[in-house]
Design a protein around this ligand. Structure first.
Ligand code: NAP
Length: 294
């Protein structure tokens, strides 16, 4: 696809970016720059490789350099919690900052747009999660945003994780945010999937199983039938169709990957920085092209 070149960078160009370690595979720069181009905004989004021990310096640096905001990806989302001037309730509850808004006076506000991005993409797929029975697989960073999002709108959440103590800690952390009953937790075993799968309206994979290069892996054992009446949301988006999605679809279930969540968390961030509605479909197509290597 041909796109018109962005205007030359000048002293008026507004800068934003993303910090991560490593950062070279991030699709956020093409996603945001495509959005700025489509909107005709003289903004530019730059990737920065920042070593874990240098996050505080990086935050000071971007303030001094006049950036309007930054995204943070692995492994910096937790470190920013104690470095920003203020946190939103979602960022505090989830325990991670993925978007920083930097005011004109340099004051920093830490947000988490992953939870909102997840919910928006779920609703877009036609799922009404309020009151639904949700089985969340995994208890890492992504699961924290998913469990917060679901529990805070009244879904009944059970977290299953390879390391059950992490699932229990996550359930306890999110109990205060729950609009309905507090999340429950257990071990990710075939027995638990058989027992809980049958009653689930929604299954969310927030483990890293199935992600490139381990595309043959799945958190759902082949011998356990996937519940055909459930909706599968797989947070993995590389590959676009995971082994778990194939298992779910073979059982008659609807399944989506995590790319729309990535796009919607980016769209939320872009709107916070610019005050402009984000061109979601432009951003989605830019991600698709980036993942295809285009
Ligand atoms: P993380 O913090 O490292 O957590 C990884 C999770 O996977 C943990 O629950 C871990 O269990 C589990 N796991 C790893 N290997 C396993 C195995 N062999 N068997 C069973 N469980 C295993 O990672 P994360 O940041 O949460 O990311 C998880 C996935 O979500 C990744 O694929 C990532 O790309 C995706 N993600 C997508 C989006 C999006 O916008 N779509 C956003 C964020 C993340 P233990 O606790 O037992 O180690």
């Amino acid at each position: 696809m041909t796109t018109s070149p962005r205007p030359p960078l000048t002293g008026k160009t507004r800068l934003v970016g993303v910090i991560g370690w490593p950062i070279e595979h991030s699709v956020s720069p093409p996603m945001h720059n495509a959005a700025f181009e489509a909107l005709g905004l003289d903004w530019c989004y730059v990737p920065f490789a920042v070593a874990p021990e240098r996050v505080a310096e990086a935050l000071s640096g971007v303030r001094v350099l006049g950036l309007r905001g930054i995204n943070a990806t692995v492994p910096h989302k937790q470190a920013l919690l104690s470095l920003v001037d203020e946190l939103t309730p979602a960022a505090r509850a989830i325990g991670a900052v993925n978007t920083v808004v930097i005011a004109e006076n340099g004051r920093t506000l830490g947000h988490n747009t992953d939870a909102a991005g997840f919910l928006r993409s779920l609703r877009e797929a036609g799922v009404a999660p309020e009151g639904a029975s949700a089985l969340v697989l995994g208890a890492g960073g992504a699961a924290r945003a998913v469990v917060y999002a679901l529990a805070s709108i009244g879904a009944r959440v059970t977290i299953l994780n390879r390391t059950p103590a992490r699932a229990e800690a996550l359930a306890a952390d999110m109990a205060g945010a729950a609009a309905g009953e507090p999340p429950r937790a257990g071990a990710l075993t075939p027995e638990a999937l058989v027992a809980l799968g049958a009653g689930a309206d929604l299954v969310v994979n927030s483990t890293s199983l199935g992600m490139w290069p381990h595309t043959e892996t799945s958190p759902w054992p082949e011998e356990v039938p996937f519940p055909g009446g459930a909706f599968l949301y797989d947070l993995v988006y590389n590959p676009r169709r995971t082994r778990l999605m194939a298992q779910a679809e073979a059982a008659g279930a609807r399944a989506v990957d995590g790319l729309r969540m990535l796009v919607h968390q980016g769209a939320e961030a872009l709107t916070m920085w610019t005050g402009v509605a984000a061109p979601v479909e432009v951003m989605y197509r830019a991600c698709e092209r980036a993942l295809e290597g285009g």
